[in-house]
Write a protein that binds this ligand. Structure first.
Ligand code: PGA
Length: 245
């Protein structure tokens, strides 16, 4: 049985004052039947971990593939772990687009996360043009094959399917479209990892809100969500967590 996961991605939002939302979230959900993860900007990882005290998990939004060195402005998986993180998002479409991250780079980052004992949340997603041209499964298959490291297991890697055109737009795929991609991802994982594939959590991401969370969570092979905007407010993220379990 896969444990459901509600993951929040604060992106480049949040100051120290925002940590009150974490207290409110934990107070509202003392015993959720799912795991809860928040990924604040790197500046808040240590402080959020201090507030969370293990009651929810805290993660980074990116890491470098190397442990240390001359990489100004970058952060390693080891540093995230040292700051109290247990997870790290890699390959988010905003990083793929803004920083030119290829599948190979994302794969190296995920491998670095695993080497430090962090759980990697590996993001995949097609653009609107790719969907319109019927290339969605081809694109997702290639990203999955190229971005998930060989050492991955169901316990160490989470896959997030996030259509680029659904992120921050208020638009979502139909439930059938979500099911098609999630079932496809599961099938590809089975081909590559055999029985281990059943252990990987598959999250849907892109405009998940309290109003659509329950119907998305009922879709085949959806084990939770990666939530951007709606994770910033405890009331909204709390409602999504409640819908999950
Ligand atoms: P959104 O972002 O929920 O604001 O659409 C999702 C994400 O980018 O992880």
């Amino acid at each position: 049985m896969r444990k459901k996961l509600a993951a929040g991605n604060w992106k480049m939002n949040g100051l120290t004052a925002s940590l009150t939302e974490v207290e409110a979230l934990i107070a509202a959900h003392p015993a959720p039947g799912c795991e809860v993860l928040l990924c604040p900007p790197a500046t808040l990882v240590a402080a959020m971990a201090g507030v969370a005290k293990g009651r929810i998990a805290v993660g980074g939004q990116d890491c470098h593939a190397k442990v240390s060195g001359a990489h100004t402005g970058d952060i390693s998986a080891q540093m995230l772990k040292d700051a109290g993180a247990s997870h790290v998002i890699v390959g988010h479409s905003e990083r793929r687009a803004d920083h030119g991250e290829t599948d190979a780079i994302v794969c190296a980052k995920a491998a670095a996360a695993l080497a430090e004992g962090l759980i990697a949340v590996v993001c995949l997603g097609e653009t609107e043009a790719e969907r319109d041209s019927g290339a969605t499964l081809t694109v997702i298959g290639a990203q999955l094959a190229g971005s998930v490291p060989e050492a991955a297991t169901g316990a160490t890697v989470v896959i997030a399917y996030e259509p680029v055109w659904a992120i921050g737009t208020g638009r979502t795929p139909t439930l059938d479209q979500i099911a098609e991609v999630h079932d496809f991802i599961r099938g590809e994982l089975v081909k590559r990892f055999g029985t281990e594939a059943e252990g990987f959590r598959l999250l849907y991401g892109g405009s998940v809100k309290p109003s659509n969370a329950a119907e998305i969570f009922a879709v085949s092979n959806v084990d939770g969500a990666l939530v951007g905007g709606a994770s910033l407010k405890a009331a909204d993220f709390g409602a999504i967590i409640a819908a999950l379990g």
